[in-house]
Design a protein around this ligand. Structure first.
Ligand SMILES: NC(=O)c1ccc[n+]([C@@H]2O[C@H](COP(=O)([O-])OP(=O)(O)OC[C@H]3O[C@@H](n4cnc5c(N)ncnc54)[C@H](OP(=O)(O)O)[C@@H]3O)[C@@H](O)[C@H]2O)c1
Length: 295
C-alpha cells in the first residue's frame, strides 16, 4: 500500500491525510505536538532536526513525501524573518536528504509574489513581499533541486473549522462563525485573493502525488475576490445583513503584511485537472457546501 509521509498536521495536512486514507492509502502525519483526534497515524517530528527526519523516514519508509508544515503565520514570520527562513530551509533540506527516492510535494504559497499583479502564473518572476514568502521561496529552491519533485503553490485556503479551534481560524470560518453570532466582521476591500477550498487542495495534491505533475504548478480558485466581497457572500449565504461586514483598508487590519493581490493563475492547471477528472470550486459553491454541512 502506498505510504505518504505528510510533514505538518495542521489544517491542510490533516485534510490531505483524510483524503488519502479514504482512498485506501496509508498516510502518516508528522509534527511536533501530538494531535487529539488524528485522521491517520501520527508521529512526532521536528522537521528542523536532521537526525529526527532520518529516523522518522527510516521508521515510516514512505513512498511519497508532502511538506505542509509551518511556520505559516505571516505575522509571526514578519516578526521572526531569519528563524522563519531557517526553519523552512532546514525542513526542505533535511527531508529531501532523508528520503531521496520519494515523490515529493511542497505546498507553497502565492506570497512568493509581491502582489503588484492580479495575475501570477508559473512564468511570473518571483518577488516575495514578506518574510513568509521569502522563507517559502528558499524552501522551493531546495525542493526544486530534487528530481521528480513538485512545488504546488496554493492561494488562500479555506474550509470549515470549529469555532473552538485554538489557532487562528481560516478567513472563511472566522467570518462564518462571527456572522452566525451576529457579530460584525472587518474585511479589507482592497486586498484580493483566489481562494481554494481545502478539500480541493487535498484532491489536487493527491493527484500530484500520483505522478505526471509538472515541477511547478499553481493552484488558485476560479474567483478573484476581495476579502470584503467574500465576507459579504458568506453573509448572503447565511441570510444575515451584509451591513455586518465592515469594509476596511488592508493597511488598517490584521492582513497588513499580506500583499494587495494574493492571486494565482496557471497556464497548466486546467490541463492537469482535466487529466485527473478534477474541478476547483468557486467561492459561492464552497460557501454553499460548507454551510449546508455545518453543525
Ligand atoms: N492555509 C493556507 O491558506 C495556505 C495557503 C498556501 C500555502 N499554505 C502552506 O501550507 C502549509 C500548512 O498550512 P496550514 O494552514 O495547514 O498550517 P497550520 O494549520 O498552521 O499547520 C502547520 C503544521 O505544521 C506543523 N509544524 C510547524 N513547525 C513544524 C516543524 N518544525 N516540524 C514539523 N511540523 C511542524 C504544526 O504542528 P506543530 O506546531 O505541532 O509542529 C502544524 O501541524 C504551510 O507551509 C503554508 O505555507 C497554506
Amino acid at each position: 500500500m502506498t505510504r505518504t509521509l505528510i510533514v505538518g498536521s495542521g489544517f491542510v495536512g490533516r485534510t490531505l491525510a483524510t483524503r488519502l486514507a479514504a482512498a485506501g492509502e496509508s498516510p502518516v502525519l508528522a509534527s511536533r505536538h501530538p494531535l487529539t483526534d488524528p485522521p491517520a497515524p501520527w508521529t512526532a517530528l521536528d522537521a528542523a532536526d536532521a537526525e529526527a527526519c532520518a529516523r522518522v523516514v527510516g521508521e515510516v519508509r514512505p513512498d511519497r513525501l508532502v511538506l505542509v508544515h509551518g511556520p505559516s503565520d505571516v505575522t509571526w514570520c514578519e516578526a521572526n524573518p531569519e528563524r522563519a527562513a531557517e526553519l523552512h530551509m532546514a525542513a526542505a533540506a533535511n527531508l529531501t536528504a532523508a528520503a531521496p527516492g520519494c515523490r515529493t510535494v511542497l505546498i507553497s504559497t502565492d506570497n512568493v509574489f509581491d502582489g503588484s499583479s492580479p495575475h501570477n502564473d508559473e512564468n511570473t518572476p518571483t518577488a516575495p513581499a514578506n518574510a513568509y514568502g521569502r522563507a517559502k521561496l528558499r524552501a522551493e529552491q531546495i525542493i526544486g533541486q530534487t528530481p521528480g519533485a513538485t512545488v504546488l503553490r496554493v492561494s488562500l485556503i479555506y474550509g470549515w473549522e470549529p469555532a473552538e479551534t485554538e489557532k487562528w481560524l481560516n478567513f472563511f470560518s472566522a467570518c462564518a462563525h462571527s456572522l452566525r453570532r451576529g457579530e460584525p466582521v472587518e474585511a479589507p476591500d482592497d486586498q484580493w485573493t483566489t481562494p481554494v477550498l481545502v478539500e480541493d487542495v487535498a484532491a489536487v495534491t493527491a493527484a500530484v502525488l500520483a505522478g505526471g505533475a509538472p515541477p511547478l504548478l499553481h493552484l488558485g480558485g476560479p474567483d478573484r475576490i476581495s476579502r470584503a466581497a467574500w465576507a459579504e457572500a458568506v453573509a448572503d449565504r447565511l441570510g444575515v445583513p451584509r451591513s455586518l461586514v465592515v469594509r476596511v483598508p488592508k493597511a488598517a487590519g490584521r492582513y497588513a503584511s499580506r500583499p494587495i493581490n494574493t492571486c494565482l493563475t496557471s497556464d497548466r492547471l486546467d490541463g492537469f485537472l482535466a487529466a485527473h477528472g478534477l474541478r476547483v470550486r468557486s467561492v459561492a459553491e464552497g460557501a454553499r457546501v460548507l454551510l449546508e454541512a455545518a453543525p
